[in-house]
Write a new protein. Structure first.
Length: 558
């Protein structure tokens, strides 16, 4: 007995009608001597779509679907439609050069449906588009702090009705990332599919794999709300948008770069609640914390924090600013970007396109008579020179450098062209830090410290001067990661810093004048008795905060 599949037959009829409609449009285009196109298989440029309002486009049976400078491509149902002709003439008066294409009804419907993406995003200010936070908040209630729940929610989002699929899917991506406290969202294309990864506690984690068609639509949506050009695919672009959730505004920084199978997108989440960590909760060892508290209370000089991108340098500097901030001092920051808004502090953002660089911002800040200045990063000679001179002329300057160690700060400043004779007089203290994952307290497992691990720990402990100053729970055991529902089966939950610092005393100041190597400065600072990152990390391992494997992932253990 042959079973009749009604749904399959209906689908066949629908496909047949659509093909007949396309064939008719193509036939008519030849009659009128106008090019034919099928918009159902072409990307729609929303920058072009916005040239005509949705109401006008639907009424006049037309759509602008691509734009390159002043050259535009216009799809029409009929070239003889007087309303379409009038709209095209209006576009010509605005300086646009149109090329007309005949299309089918279903082509126009596809283009018109893209207006939903435009209306969904509300322009907040030039270059910044906001997504409504209420949608994300409601999804966060549904999406628990579990990777599996996020995966399930993404899968369900792709099953919703066609017109809302992309919006819903992207909202779930954002809600899932915020629920899991992700710092970055990575959207990457492979040859036949695409994937989403979240950076959780500093480690990239696969979240979901989906089809290339959805990837293309998601890419367009990300570009649209980030203020990027949809038609630029061969060059990198940077943009931003924000999500307002109650009183909190979360800014998302978008970066796209071309790849083998499509553009790679990274969305960096700047959540002020995640960045605003008090100084006492950063993980700074108590003896070093007391030293730093004393240093940041000085009226002048410079404190430099070093480490690679994503090592928590800015979070540490914000914690310092919050600690020194009082109503009777003026604090100015020059940042790229402003990641966390501090009440009572004047914060400015670098805008390279307008010529407002770190150096220019620093010059302008000095005219405001500040007591404390924070420079997001010292990248060039001009910024370094101005910052050093500011520290020498009665200002406390906080900044960051891209070096690997606290000792590496001094050769780096010399490389930037700063006179070594004044570095020692300007700089009070240099720091370096990394972020390591904390063991999950619900599932971490105690293990004996033995073999190679015991050798590593004993060797590092043997280099610590005045070991009695530090609290060490045990030298015979440590903890390892296991994994449970509370930590998404990673064994880790949250992150903490490991730190090192060098105080610029007379000995360091004298050696810096001789263009020393990083190793020579490190050797000269040993007598200060401040833990280096390796020592600080080993003590955190022995006190059950992290694992030896995690410490070895972040720094080299000799």
């Amino acid at each position: 007995m042959i079973k009749f599949d009604e749904e399959k037959q209906i689908k066949k009829l629908q496909d047949l009608r659509e093909k007949e409609e396309e064939d008719l449009a193509q036939l008519l285009s030849e009659k009128y001597g106008i090019s034919y196109t099928d918009l159902t298989v072409l990307p729609i440029n929303t920058d072009a779509l916005k040239l005509i309002k949705e109401e006008e486009a639907r009424k006049n049976k037309m759509a602008v679907f691509d734009v390159q400078d002043k050259k535009i491509k216009v799809a029409v149902l009929s070239p003889n439609n007087p309303d379409s002709q009038k709209s095209i003439e209006d576009l010509k008066k605005k300086g646009f050069i149109p090329t007309i294409f005949m299309v089918s009804n279903q082509s126009l419907e596809k283009a018109w449906n893209r207006y939903a993406d435009i209306s969904y995003s509300v322009k907040a200010e030039e270059g910044l588009l906001s997504i409504t936070g209420s949608v994300i908040e409601s999804l966060m209630d549904e999406t628990t702090r579990s990777i599996e729940e996020v995966k399930k929610a993404l899968e369900n989002a792709l099953l919703v009705e066609k017109t809302n699929k992309v919006s819903k899917f992207f909202d779930v991506v954002l809600a899932g990332a915020l629920s899991l406290d992700a710092s970055d969202i990575h959207i990457e294309a492979d040859e036949e599919s695409a994937r989403i990864r979240f950076r959780l506690d500093g480690v990239l984690t696969n979240i979901y794999e989906f089809d290339k068609r959805t990837y293309d639509l998601i890419l367009s949506r990300v570009k649209l709300i980030s203020g990027l050009k949809l038609n630029i695919k061969e060059n990198s672009q940077d943009g931003r948008f924000s999500i307002k959730m109650g009183e909190t505004e979360i800014e998302i920084r978008t970066s796209t770069i071309p790849g083998n199978y499509g553009e790679s997108v990274v969305l960096r989440i700047l959540n002020p609640e995640a960045i605003g960590v008090p100084m006492e909760e950063l993980g700074i060892e108590p003896n070093l914390l007391n030293i730093l508290l004393k240093e940041i209370k000085k009226p002048n000089g410079m404190l430099l924090n070093t480490g690679p991108t994503g090592s928590g340098k800015t979070t540490t500097l914000y914690a310092f600013l919050k600690k020194v901030h009082t109503p009777d001092i003026k604090i100015i920051t020059i940042e790229d970007p402003v990641e966390y808004h501090l009440s009572g502090v004047t914060q400015t953002q670098v805008e390279k396109e307008k010529g407002y660089t770190f150096a220019q911002g620093l010059k302008s800040a000095l005219r405001q008579d500040p007591d404390v200045i924070m420079v997001g990063e010292i990248r060039d000679n001009e910024t370094a020179e101005i910052a050093i001179n500011s520290a020498l002329t009665g200002h406390l300057v906080l900044s960051t450098l891209h070096t690997n160690t606290a000792a590496g700060t001094f050769p780096r400043l010399s490389d930037l062209g700063v006179d070594p004779k004044i570095i020692g007089s300007a700089v009070n203290v240099t720091m370096a830090q990394r972020l390591i994952r904390k063991l999950c307290n619900e599932c971490k497992q105690e293990v004996a410290l033995e073999g190679k691990n015991k050798e590593i720990v004993d060797k590092v402990l043997g280099t610590i001067i005045q070991k009695e100053k530090y609290t060490i729970n045990s030298t015979e055991k440590m903890f390892k990661a296991v994994g449970c529902d509370k930590c998404n089966n990673t064994g880790y939950k949250g992150r903490i810093g490991i730190f090192e610092a060098i105080l610029v005393n007379e000995e360091i100041e004298n050696i810096v004048r001789q263009y020393p190597s990083e190793r020579e400065i490190q050797k000269a600072s040993i007598d200060q008795g401040i833990l280096n990152m390796e020592q600080d990390g080993i003590i955190k391992v022995l006190n059950g905060m992290t694992s030896l494997d995690e410490l070895g992932r972040v720094i080299e253990l000799e």
